[in-house]
Design a protein around this ligand. Structure first.
Ligand SMILES: *[C@@H]1O[C@H](CO)[C@@H](O)[C@H](O)[C@H]1NC(C)=O
Ligand SMILES: *[C@@H]1O[C@H](CO)[C@@H](O)[C@H](O)[C@H]1NC(C)=O
Length: 165
């Protein structure tokens, strides 16, 4: 009885060792998750009036640091909360990767802002105390609305950008 359970433990340990060896040899898997907003105040940053955009397309692009050759170009579409998920299962650790905005589903909000349409992202293992988180979160991105909402003056005043009266 005791001998049988020892053998079981030995097998369990062996299986665990083998599977961790196997996973170490696998290519890394990352999920790049970010959010796309409509900048309803035309200010170039997120405010409380910003709206998540559903159906926007963000694109993850990785390039060789020296040659600039594109090694990955993967689109992701946003859900109703403005979130996209782009899955990566190849190694781009030594490369320059960034997320840019491809398209917006909103006719009234599809202008691209020079400073708010791309975000750098590092696709390298940053294991904290042995725990590897496979999610990577780039900064939020935004399209600019054609005409600012009426409430924007108030919002900017709250942020200290304009006098209230
Ligand atoms: C990251 O993980 C991959 C796959 O597990 C491995 O090949 C690579 O050497 C790791 N890089 C670092 C910096 O730990
Ligand atoms: C970048 O491209 C050069 C030339 O093709 C190659 O030698 C190098 O290994 C590439 N770098 C990476 C990180 O893939």
């Amino acid at each position: 009885m005791a001998k049988a359970s020892l053998i079981m433990i030995a097998i369990a340990v062996l299986v665990t060792c083998l599977s961790s060896l196997a996973s170490a040899a696998e290519p890394p898997h990352y999920t790049v998750q970010g959010q796309v907003y409509c900048d309803t105040c035309r200010v170039g940053f997120q405010t409380r009036l910003s709206e998540a955009i559903e159906g926007a397309v963000a694109r993850l692009t990785c390039r060789n640091r020296t040659t600039g050759e594109v090694t990955l170009s993967e689109p992701g579409q946003t859900d109703e909360s403005g979130y996209y998920n782009i899955h990566v299962d190849s190694n781009h650790e030594e490369e320059i990767c960034e997320v840019t905005l491809d398209s917006s589903e909103r006719e009234d909000c599809n202008e691209v802002l020079p400073d708010w349409y791309k975000a750098r992202i590092l696709l390298a293992n940053n294991s904290i105390s042995g725990v590897t988180d496979n999610y990577r979160y780039p900064n939020t991105l935004g399209f600019m609305i054609k005409k600012a909402l009426p409430g924007c003056a108030q919002v900017l005043a709250e942020l200290g950008f304009l006098p209230l009266n």
